[in-house]
Design a protein around this ligand. Sequence first.
Ligand code: DGT
Ligand code: MG
Ligand code: MG
Ligand code: MG
Ligand code: MG
Length: 249
Amino acid sequence: MALPWRDRLLPLTWIVIRIDGRSFHRFAEVHDFQKPNDIDALNLMNECAKAVMEDLPDIVFAYGVSDEYSFVIRKESTLYGRRSSKLVSVIVSLFAASYVFKWQTFFPDKKLQYPPAFDGRAVCYPEDSVLRDYLSWRQVDCHINNQYNTCLWSMIKAGKSKDCANNELKGTRADFKNEMLFKQFGINYNDLPAMFRKGSYVFRKKVQSNSGGGTQVSKKSSFVLTIEHGDIIGDTFWKENPYILGIKE
Ligand code: DGT
Ligand code: MG
Ligand code: MG
Ligand code: MG
Ligand code: MG
């Protein structure tokens, strides 16, 4: 068995725990998820991520797409002595348990057919810029997969076989796919829901409110767990919310 210290993640580095649904290809089939994106299934994933973050305040950000979620633990965290096995197993089990716990809320007319499972791994990123690169990579992946799958399922729904549609799409560029969606299927890619195109992220959003009354009004700020679907590749989001990465305003 590994000695506890061998399991400890490098101090003062960002920890990313990425979880991913086990055989969700099958899980999505069995539960008849909409293709390529099932809104209820994605919203359920987002609520599970929120539940994990409510429980573990050291998670400062989470990004989700498809059957995966990446949880970012702040650099200075000493949660569970930064032991990888503890962090991964707690987050994975809390997420999976929440998925079952909340299933009925999102699928009131669908019975859960068997228990879902998730795998998980931990990776450390020493620099803020490298953490940002990681998150950008996941969001780019979301876009590429979504564009591909939107084309694929439009073709299949129009009567093509899956093999034939895959062959036709193989090696094509982004602008070709965008044009195909528009010309053949009347879909303007940019009009698709942001959750499909950009994925989802959860963070504690700083909200200002006025407290007191009369001449005693003072601004009070609080942090509210929020799910959004914007761009996290550019600088804008991070400049608007500098406290996520612990940068002083
Ligand atoms: P794994 O992760 O190696 O155990 O295997 P999978 O099957 O989970 O593969 P993965 O994680 O690479 O791909 C995610 C699968 O989940 C993919 O086949 C499509 C399915 N999936 C995820 N979200 C949705 C959705 O919203 N609708 C549908 N129909 N399928 C989805
Ligand atoms: Mg996997
Ligand atoms: Mg999976
Ligand atoms: Mg996956
Ligand atoms: Mg115990």
